[in-house]
Design a protein around this ligand. Sequence first.
Ligand code: BUP
Length: 464
Amino acid sequence: MAAAHFVFVPLMAQGHLIPAVDTALLLATHGALCTVVATPATAARVRPTVDSARRSGLPVLLAEFPLDYAGAGLPEGVDNMDNVPSEFMARYFAAVARLREPVERHLLLHAGAPRPTCVVADFCHPWASELAAGLAVPRLTFFSMCAFCLLCQHNVERFGAYDGVADDNAPVVVPGLARRIEVTRAQAPGFFRGVPGWEKFADDVERARAESDGVVINTFLEMEPEYVAGYADSRGMKVWTVGPVSLYHQSTATLAARGNTAAIGADECLRWLDGKEPGSVVYVSFGSIVHPEEKQAMELGLGLEASGHPFIWVVKSPDRHGEAALAFLRELEARVTGRGLLIWGWAPQALILSHPAAGAFVTHCGWNSTLEAATAGLPVVAWPHFTDQFLNAKMAVEVLGIGVGVGVEEPLVYQRVRKEIVVARGTVEAAVRSAMDGGEEGEARRRRARALAAKARAAVREGG
Ligand code: BUP
């Protein structure tokens, strides 16, 4: 029988790309050839991971395809969700969809690699169904989300929970769950649903998912068995829970290369952590897309400083900050030398979280970050901003009991969520203290997080 050849088509966004590549590496460790499709700037971020995996003998290929910027009316170099201005988003998706033909041609003609046997494509790529049909292979839909979030979104829509609710900030109970979970339309607007101009895209995404041959989710069954079963049942689909995919590659080299572009070398970061007490450091990151506004960044910094705990804060590149915020951050950095480490770029997150000195994670609740925290046995300060992050925060705080919520009750405006809201330094300080100390409640949270980490490790072992 010919060897399996999986073609991964991730969304070009770190939060989708990284778990897709981790999943490809997982299959490669089981002997399957995996090809990861990417546009050039995105390929550059994946290459260090793929090269590191190839050096250790894994059969992984990276297939790079340029976007037709001019033809699509896109600014040159708009290549990844973290650099697509919102007014170009629709054109960007249309340009990516036009990769179908060159990708198919490449896969059919590429000498030296066996014909593909399966396409694993992000749910945001409905066109991948046509790619799979052209290759005459199954298409699986990849979600870097939790089953809880997928089921909540599905049930809210299926049972019309928002029908007749005019106020975007009025909480409704999510129908069809054993546990009472309330959510507002502003917190969980549905993937592309209800966003003017995106109706057709939302329909295409939904159709492609429904017609696909199964769903692959970066979660693990032991964490949310009822939601995985509920989602599979209500969708009538095969669901594979393959996570937590960050746990499969424990080589420091591969993890350090994960997502690429470490502004501070992993070694330096780990040395800094080596000098800290076990469980003493707060790690703060808002993922690859969310970027706190100037005033918010300052309040956050002052809150972290006042908490008295050592911290690592991923502040991203200096050009993402206005003058005042930049000056504030530089002053803070000088003031907290030795106790606070500011990372001006990409951090080796998976390595930081699994270091014994890590104590808690202040996170925007992107699903990967939430899962990586749980996997490392850390409590979170859950501070969601948009898309699935509010439901992920509910998962962490209400379902798993490992989180302290921040700013989750504020009234929101979908798509412009955090612009007007500033969480004050005192709130930040209190949330960090609660996660790190927090008396009996804090201890119970940390115990639950440690128990979850043990389950996560068991889930990725043979037979898990
Ligand atoms: Br920032 C950052 N280093 O410095 P999420 C992120 N990551 O390794 P997102 C780093 O990127 P969504 C950094 O470990 C995680 O795997 C992190 O994914 C890694 O958030 C990934 O948490 C980030 O899902 O996407 O990127 O904002 O839109 O899904 O929230």
